[in-house]
Design a protein around this ligand. Structure first.
Ligand SMILES: [Zn+2]
Ligand SMILES: [Zn+2]
Length: 164
């Protein structure tokens, strides 16, 4: 979605409310398409002392697969976003400002970039996910497996494999 910001920069208006839904369903992340539901963006763009500022929050549902136990899960996130928008930039390398193209803000690109920064490094169904047993593959969130209770000396383990 392109937001036309020309009136803000020209001083015609000092506030532009935003309340919109973005379709990020085709976005691939870690081999999946986790944003199946529309991303709700609410907030405003304001002009104060000549500074054009975007202040919104993005509400989304992340549908992923747990990196540890492989179970599908959904998490809701609310991500606050603050950015200063500029129409021209003397130094193109400046990351602090969002440079608009012809006074237009590409809201999809900006929201997606912020979401990807905010998402945790690992996709986990829950913080303390116990994962799968590396021997039998049982989901340890559903209870312990037999391998866990059987404590075998690793050297004896090798021996018992040879005997088998
Ligand atoms: Zn898990
Ligand atoms: Zn096991």
């Amino acid at each position: 979605m392109l937001v036309q910001c020309r009136d803000l920069f020209m001083g015609e208006i000092t506030r532009l409310p935003l309340d919109t839904e973005l379709d990020l369903s085709s976005v691939e992340f870690r081999g999946m398409q986790p944003f199946t539901q529309p991303v709700h963006v609410t907030g405003e763009i304001t002009v104060r002392a000549g500074v054009v500022q975007l202040s919104v929050q993005a509400s989304l549902v992340f549908e992923g697969q747990c990196d540890r136990c492989l179970a599908p899960f959904t998490h809701a996130y609310t991500i606050p976003m603050e950015h200063v928008l500029v129409a021209t930039l003397a130094n193109e390398e400046n990351d602090d400002y969002i440079l608009l193209d012809n006074y237009q803000l590409n809201l999809d690109d900006l929201v997606l970039a912020d979401i990807l920064l905010e998402l945790p490094y690992k996709s986990l169904c829950r913080e303390d996910c116990r994962g799968l047993c590396c021997r039998c593959g049982k989901n340890l969130n559903e209870g312990a497996c037999d391998c866990e209770t059987r404590t075998i000396d690793p050297r004896l383990e090798v021996l018992s494999q040879l005997l088998n």
